[in-house]
Design a protein around this ligand. Sequence first.
Ligand SMILES: [Zn+2]
Length: 385
Amino acid sequence: MKFTKERKTIARKVNGQTQDILVFNLDSEIPGPHIYIQSSVHGAELQGNAVIYKIMSALKSLPFKGSFTIVPHANPLGGCLKMGDYTFGRIDPISGENYNRTYFDTIDKSERGDDSIRIGLSPFCDEHGEKPWSEIKKFFQEEIQNSINKKWEDVKIHGMHFPNKLCLTLQEMAARADYVFDLHTAPVATHYVYTPEYCKESALQLNFPNYIVIPNEFAGALDEATFCPWWSLKDELSKRGRDDIQIDFESYTIELCGEEVIELERAQVEASKILNFLHLKGVIDQGMEVKSPKQVYCKLENFKTYHAPMGGLVDYHKTPGEIVKKGEKLATILSFMGLERLEEIEKCEHPILAQEDLLLINHFASAAAPEGADLFQYFTNFDEI
Ligand SMILES: [Zn+2]
């Protein structure tokens, strides 16, 4: 097995020092799938680094086929910018952009199909649509790389915001893979996985409890940036009567509970799930022991956010992962604003009731919540497997 470490410079700071990411390549030198794993694109979301550590520790002795590209601490700015104790790692402080919304859409969606940087699916399928899938796949991978190369050429002329440049660097590595894992966390949360609709059966092999099934709509995230081109290609080929195509590219965003913590023991369990998934895909020779939890699916449109109706201090009564019935108390908001008479002191408590049956997925990290904060996110209309 060949192990290499590469340092990629994303940008230079005012004083000329560089902002770098470390890229680890593990190559079995046996033909097989290529796996891409990154963590902490949102700087406060730390657990993925611990999972990467456990995966790399396992690969020291586990025989595998193919190769891995692994990027811990994938955001050298967001991961290091502190506000007091807290990591200010979700939003770029200069451009105001969310780091996981600035990946590059490689598919031409212009009405006239004349985007010179992105891939025109119709001309691509005119040229390659009749070929065997293995050839189409090879040419399409090249086409994605060409589109990214043209974007880099454009950057030489116009430059680019830090988040876009960071994301293009990461996306270029991920686009060469067969399986992509983008490791995130939510504020205070349970485990959940974003899966494209076409992978939802395969995603269950990850053995995490909760899945959000996402459509073929690019909204700037890495999973979408990498799977949407393949899904769009499949749709275009289907229109031309090629119903024999099964996309063999999978991309997942995995949310590993809450931010600002690492737990190495839990990381071992999470890493085992990913390694066992790769065993089932023929990458790792040996299976891992993993527990199969009760699994729940929810469409993206049924993954809801409840915003704080008022500012105040929040006592959260439910734990992410719990099922909550309509009318049950989710939280109490404490606010002194409406208090006029001491006899009415109990009016400082404002109960927040569940408006429908739900599965609680995450809640705001702080007890101090301004009006409009993403107080809860939850599944409605979910299906248990
Ligand atoms: Zn995130």
